[in-house]
Ligand binder design. Structure first.
Ligand SMILES: [Zn+2]
Length: 374
């Protein structure tokens, strides 16, 4: 069975469809929970699947340093290692080398750096990134790219984009012929339309199974991001999935889907779940807040997650304040459920041609804010 993408319906620029892989289908628009170090923190894989997630994201940078790609391969690959049999997408390591590693040295060949874990020296090139992602057994592999730290001059953004396009060609070459697995190219170019166009043309001439929009959600703000998303998705092939990397808050996700994005990932629902923050249909709720201390109501009575089915706001408040592990477990489960429910809601709305009404309801309920205090 090969990797394929089927577009089922569109509503304006918004799209819904399905990616088929030998490890199962991915319904789009799809949100990918982040399983950085071979775990979605505080969640069992079966719980992640129960929320409706069809695919997880794994981080090449973290896994190459610990436990190491060769070790994961000897233990049967990442799916078996972490007990997740559905599709996995891995990033290329490029972004995290630039944001986490020490003593980086960037050349045409690749990046030399020291591990933030133990100081050991490593080299990441397009070829090595492809090898690591193959050893992990990733279903969707990302090209090795350079994302310049912002703020950066347009000249610097252009230089990084052109290097990334040369690396995309080397990534394609090194990936080889692997039926059932996909390689995605990554569009760069910051917030400059001409650079985005140049990048899209370079990627299309190489040819990929899917295309990512990179270099956004790096501090430019929602307005600037939506400004790029007003034109960038349409520069990419209509018959291939489009993946917006590292996004985002629920309203970012809705705005991206509205503009033609099919896939997204973000640490936000899991990370904020570990700091007492919940995302609901009525916006963000801080469970540390004293107003919840004697509130017997669930976080969201319309939610089917374990936290909302079995526990009160008062209990969640207590375990967050007490620093109990179950706080992170319950709030992560809730946040991932909310994100997947949002994706399912958007897929249904696009299929039925009522995305605009869905969007209006989404904003209206959030504008009301959290339920009245008791
Ligand atoms: Zn819930």
């Amino acid at each position: 069975m090969r990797f394929s993408f089927t577009l089922d319906a569109t509503d304006g620029a918004a799209r819904t469809g399905r990616i088929d892989t030998p490890r199962g289908a991915i319904r789009t628009p799809a949100f990918m929970p982040v399983g950085t170090a071979a775990t979605v923190k505080a969640m069992l894989p079966e719980q992640v699947a129960e929320t409706g997630a069809d695919i997880l994201l794994g981080n090449t940078y973290h896994l190459m340093l610990r436990p190491g790609a060769e070790r994961v391969a000897r233990l049967g690959g990442l799916h078996r290692f972490m007990n997740w049999d559905r599709p996995i997408l891995t990033d290329s390591g490029g972004f995290q080398v630039m944001s986490l590693a020490d003593l980086r040295k960037l050349t045409e060949e690749g990046v030399t750096f020291r591990s933030h874990v133990d100081g050991s020296k490593h080299v990441l090139t397009p070829e090595r990134s492809m090898e690591i992602q193959r050893l992990l057994g990733s279903d969707i592999v990302m090209c090795f790219d350079e994302c310049p730290a912002l703020p950066a001059t347009e000249e610097r953004v252009a230089e990084a984009m052109r290097l990334s396009m040369r690396w995309a060609e080397r990534s394609r070459e090194a990936f080889g012929d692997r039926p059932g697995h996909a390689l995605f190219g990554i569009q760069q170019g910051g917030v400059t339309r001409a650079l985005r166009e140049e990048s899209a043309e370079a990627l299309k001439s190489i040819g990929f199974e899917g295309y990512a929009i990179g270099g956004l959600a790096v501090g430019e703000g929602q307005e600037a991001m939506f400004g790029v998303l007003d034109y960038a998705p349409a520069m990419l092939p209509e018959d291939r999935p489009r993946y917006l990397m590292g996004v985002g808050k629920p309203d970012d996700i809705l705005g991206a889907v509205k503009r033609g994005v099919d896939m997204m990932d973000c640490v936000l629902p899991t990370r904020s779940g570990r700091t007492g923050q919940a995302w609901t249909r009525r916006g963000q709720v801080n469970l540390r807040n004293a107003r919840h201390a004697e509130d017997p109501r669930p976080l969201d009575e319309g939610c089917t997650c374990p936290a909302c089915r079995g526990y009160s706001r008062a209990y969640l408040h207590h375990v967050v304040r007490a620093g109990e592990m179950i706080a992170g477990m319950l709030l992560t489960a809730h946040n991932l459920q909310y994100y997947q429910d949002l994706m399912a809601g958007m897929r249904g709305a696009i299929a039925e041609g009522r995305f605009a009404a869905f969007e209006a309801d989404f904003h209206a309920l959030r504008a009301e804010g959290d339920i009245e205090r008791l």
